[in-house]
Design a protein around this ligand. Structure first.
Ligand code: ADP
Ligand code: MG
Length: 231
């Protein structure tokens, strides 16, 4: 059994549907979808060790099967630059989660590389009862939320379709670069779309997938938050 099947089987065995961020990112990594470096820490000391291995600045996040939206419970602290800041953020996150959700089971705290700000894109997959899996692509923030500027295709996706999805959104000129915004690595986005298609096609038990946001650079890209929901 490959690693992705193992992770999914373990989640199902535990009676869960939502994958934890480290589980979802481990699966992404198996499919060559670029994600931030990460380690799950179980103590402030482990968090500092992880941060030193990854390199500052880092981000700390709650890992809990009972917390789906991590920021809503004070479970995300960005831009930590020293061991002191990491230790403090660890305690702060545990404290915040215990306050907001006293019964939440806490798996640990995710220590991850802080991705530099850049153009943000979103890749999603939903499963329609009639049409099956569809993949969505758009730019992050107001482009998706306010302007609904997104492209959809059914899976499996071809390279031509991936290219079309990128060029057909209204915000495409943003990806090509303008004024102070450098051009985004469009071949890297195409790879992400195709690898996401392959992942869900090979694991149709995935009901929903959300890579939001993915930072896209002039060279390469990095997924900052990944969610996977099983049927
Ligand atoms: P939530 O469960 O609340 O969606 P996220 O993991 O998406 O939590 O974190 C909230 C926000 O913090 C993200 O949308 C992103 O703007 C920022 N963020 C999270 N992780 C990173 C990271 N590794 N590097 C840079 N920014 C990050
Ligand atoms: Mg998020």
């Amino acid at each position: 059994m490959n690693k992705t099947s193992e992770i999914i089987a373990e989640v199902q065995k535990q009676g869960r549907k939502f994958l934890l961020e480290p589980e979802a990112k481990a699966i992404c990594r198996e499919y060559s979808i670029p994600v931030t470096k990460f380690t799950v820490a179980k103590s402030p000391k482990e968090a500092v060790e992880a941060a030193e291995n990854i390199g500052y600045p880092v981000v700390l996040k709650i890992v809990s099967p009972d917390v789906v939206h991590k920021s809503d419970v004070g479970g995300v602290v960005l831009n930590l630059r020293s061991s002191e800041e990491v230790e403090k953020a660890y305690q702060q996150i545990i404290g915040n989660v215990k306050k907001h959700k006293p019964n939440a089971q806490i798996t640990g705290v995710l220590v991850q590389e802080m991705a530099p700000s850049s153009t943000e894109i979103i890749v999603g997959v939903i499963k329609d009862p009639q049409f099956g899996h569809a993949i969505m692509f758009g730019l992050g923030g107001i482009f998706v939320e306010l302007l609904k500027d997104v492209a959809f295709r059914l899976l499996p996706l071809t390279k031509e379709e991936a290219e079309e999805m990128i060029t057909e959104i209204k915000a495409y000129p943003v990806l090509k670069g303008y004024r102070k915004t450098p051009p985004a690595d469009i071949p890297a986005i195409i790879e992400i779309l195709l690898n996401t298609s392959r992942l869900v096609t090979e694991h149709p038990e995935i009901q929903e997938l959300d890579l939001n946001p993915i930072m896209v650079y002039t060279k390469g890209a990095k997924t900052v938050d990944a969610r996977i929901i099983l049927e």
